[in-house]
Structure formats: structure tokens, C-alpha cells
Design a protein around this ligand. Sequence first.
Ligand SMILES: [Zn+2]
Length: 108
Amino acid sequence: MLDEREFGIIGEAYQTAARGVKLARKLANRPLCKSDETALFGEVAARYFEMTGVADVNPREILKHRLSRAGPACSRCGKELRSPAARKCLECGYEGGRSGESGIAREI
Ligand SMILES: [Zn+2]
């Protein structure tokens, strides 16, 4: 998971690449094509590798690894919930998985 500073670096790389692809498409008057994906995500993968040393991650997934988008830890298994508003843990299936909430109340 990336903190806000790290995600800012990744987000900036993606935004710069997106502007470049958009301009290239406009100049060539063409639709989005498969080769644009390399341009869009190449710099994202490079920045992620610089920060983490990990190279074999889908760059699309990197854009989802923002710490502030994760929920609190599940009170049963400790895994982060999918979002701050999530109530069910996708790891263990526990409902009411937020710390301090009763799973029983969610089942009624
Ligand atoms: Zn859980």
C-alpha cells in the first residue's frame, strides 16, 4: 500500500502519461490503441519499482494500492477491509469486521 506521498508520485506519473497519450491521439486523430497502454503504465511501473524494488506488479493494480482507500483492519483476521465504508471482510467473510462493531448486529 502506498501512502499519500508515494501515491502522489505514482499519480503524477500516470497523469503525465495520460496527457501525452491524449495529445498523441488528438494529433493523429485516432482512437485509444493497445500500444497506448505501455505509454500509460510504463512510467507508473518504473516509479513503483524505484520505490519498492518490485517489478512484477500489474501497473493497473498499483493505481489501486492507495492506503487512504483501504478500510480499517478486520477485527477477526486483521486484514484491511476493502474500503473505509466496507462492513464485510473479503478475506475471512466476517460481517461487521470493523474494530469495535458487533458482527451479530449485522446478521440480524
Ligand atoms: Zn477478516
